[in-house]
Write a protein that binds this ligand. Sequence first.
Ligand code: AMP
Length: 191
Amino acid sequence: MLNIVLFGPPGAGKGTQSEKLIEKYNLTHLSTGDLFRKHLGEGTELGKLAQKYMNEGRLVPDEVVIGMVEEKIKSTPDSKGFIFDGFPRTVTQAEALDVMLEALGMKISGMIALDVPEEVLKERIRERGKTSGRVDDQDETKIATRIKVYLDETLPVAGFYENQGKLTKIYGVGTIDEIFGNITSVIDQYK
Ligand code: AMP
């Protein structure tokens, strides 16, 4: 089983690369941002709870995220593996994921961290905002908050996997196919 954490700041290309990876390796895409947006669209209680955090570019509380991820993993028992996209975003989430996976006889194969300079991130998010319809992509303050939250709260998660010898950094600027090629050469070593 292949379980990959695709890591990086907002706008790093995690969603784009995830789409290609799930196709190549036949994996399940588990994007917590997408799951929250789905709940929001459906007007569920979870969606309403998440909305105020998402709109401000802040993190949804850990226990809410962890519960939602656990439900998704357990509801996909036949999966060949998962691409975790936008999760874990705190060390607490990473620890909870390890515990959850161990109980299911699973483990993280590795983390791939996409490295992209801040100015490129901001430009990509602004561009995405023109078509994504995401309010959090269309406001400079919200974009800046998300990058700050990433640096303050999420970056330590890379250290968590580095301590386990599972971190590989990949430069996330270039063509989509070039970056994809670099990611797959790392993943192919996991097998
Ligand atoms: P994303 O699509 O990954 O950029 O996520 C959009 C928003 O959803 C984030 O800015 C957070 O408000 C929320 N979110 C997504 N994933 C997480 C997570 N793992 N932990 C906390 N909040 C999250």
